[in-house]
Design a protein around this ligand. Sequence first.
Ligand SMILES: *[C@@H]1O[C@H](CO)[C@@H](O)[C@H](O)[C@H]1NC(C)=O
Ligand SMILES: *[C@@H]1O[C@H](CO)[C@@H](O)[C@H](O)[C@H]1NC(C)=O
Length: 422
Amino acid sequence: MRSVLLLIAVAVCSQCSVAAVVRSGSSDGFGERRDTETAISLLENELMASSPSELTMVPLTLIQGADAKGAVCLDGTLPGYHLDRGFGSGANSWLIQLEGGGWCNNRRTCVYRKTSRRGSSNFMEKALAFTGILSNKSQENPDFYNWNRIKLRYCDGASFAGDSQDESSQIFYRGQRIWHAAMEEFLSLGMQQADQALLSGCSAGGLASILHCDEFRELLPSSTKVKCLSDAGMFLDAVDVSGGRSLRNMFQGVVTVQNLQKDLSSSCTNHLDPTSCFFPQNLISDIKTPMFLLNTAYDSWQIQESLAPRTADPGGIWKACKSDHSQCNSSQIQFFQEFGNQMVNALDSFSTSDQNGIFINSCFAHCQSERQDTWFAQDSPQIDGKRVAESVGDWYFDRAQDVKVIDCPYPCDTTCHNLIFE
Ligand SMILES: *[C@@H]1O[C@H](CO)[C@@H](O)[C@H](O)[C@H]1NC(C)=O
Ligand SMILES: *[C@@H]1O[C@H](CO)[C@@H](O)[C@H](O)[C@H]1NC(C)=O
C-alpha cells in the first residue's frame, strides 16, 4: 500500500514568497518518514518544473565499465553523472558537484535505498535541470557558467566513502570506487588538461567534498588551480533537544554498516574514534587544498534531523518551531543560537588559513549553491552586501583578500530565504 506524504514548503524572503506543494509517493513499506533533505530536493524539483523560465536539462550518463571495477550503486547498477560542456574561456575549467541526499545507517535503510534514486541508477531522473552554480547562463552564475559542469549522482549511501559489501543482503557499499571510476572518466573527458577545477557538493555531497578534497587535488597536475567548496556540509556533533546525540548515533550507524573505519582519514582515525572522523569539525583543519565552507548558522536539515528529530522530541513540543522558526519561543531560539555559536567555534582553526573561505549566514535553510534564488538573484541572501555567488567567486579567483564572513545573529539578517515546512 503506497502512502502519500504531503508536504507544503514555503520559501519566504523580504521581497519574494514562493510556495510549493510537494507530493511524494512513499512506497518504502517501512513506515519511514521522508527526511528533510528529500523534502527539500523534492521542493526544488517542483519549483524548477513549474518555473516559467527556460531551464537547462542535462541528460544522465551511466559510467560504462564501472561495474568491472566494482564501482556500483547500492543495488549493483552503474553509477551516473550529468555533464554540460564548457565553452569559450571556460572550456578548460571543470566544476564537479557531488550530489547529496542523506545516508543509510543500517541494513534495513540501505535495503530500502536500493529501490530509490539514492541507491540505484534505475530510479534516477534521466535528465536534471542545472541551476545556481550549475547554470550555463552568466546572469545566473557569473563565474562558472561556461565551465564544464558535472553533477555526479549519489547512490552509495555514505558520502562516497565506503568500500565493502553485504553479501547476505546483496548490498554494495562502493562509494570510494564510484568516486575513482567517476574521476577516471572525467579525466579522460578532458579534465586531465584542466587549468582550473572546483570540487563542490551540498549536504551529504558537501561532506563528500570535504572527505575527497585533497584526493581531488592529487588527481590533477600541480599547475591546475584546484579548490573545494562544501555547501551545507558542516554537520556538527551536537547535543539534541533531549540531551542525546542523534546525529552521532546516525553517523555511527553509517560508519558501522559500511565498515568505514579503514576508509576515513588516518590522520584523524589515529587519534579519534571512526565516527568522530566522519564529522567535518574533526577533518577541516587538516585539509591542505583551499576550501570554502558555505552554511547557514541554523541549518534546516540539522534542526530537523539532528537537534530536534522525533526520537529526541517524542512529545512533539518542538514540532511547530522546527518547521517554522517564527513559531519558536525565546528559549528555543536561544538553543539555535548556541548551535550557531558551536558552528562558528568549529571553524576556529580552519579560518586561520588565508587560502580558506567562509560564508555563514544566519538563516534557516539548507543548500544555497544549487538553488537559483539563494545562489545569485536580485534578492538572494547576502552578508555585507555580497551574495553567495559573489563571495565564492571572489574567493576562488582571489579577487578579494580573506573571504570569511560570519553573519550577525538571528534575526538581524533580512535577506534570508528561510525554509518553512508545514
Ligand atoms: C544553456 O543551455 C540551454 C539548454 O541546453 C541552451 O538552449 C542554451 O543555449 C544554453 N545557453 C548558453 C549561454 O550556452
Ligand atoms: C518554549 O517552548 C518549550 C516547548 O514547548 C517549553 O518547554 C518552554 O518552557 C518554552 N519556554 C518559554 C520561555 O516559554
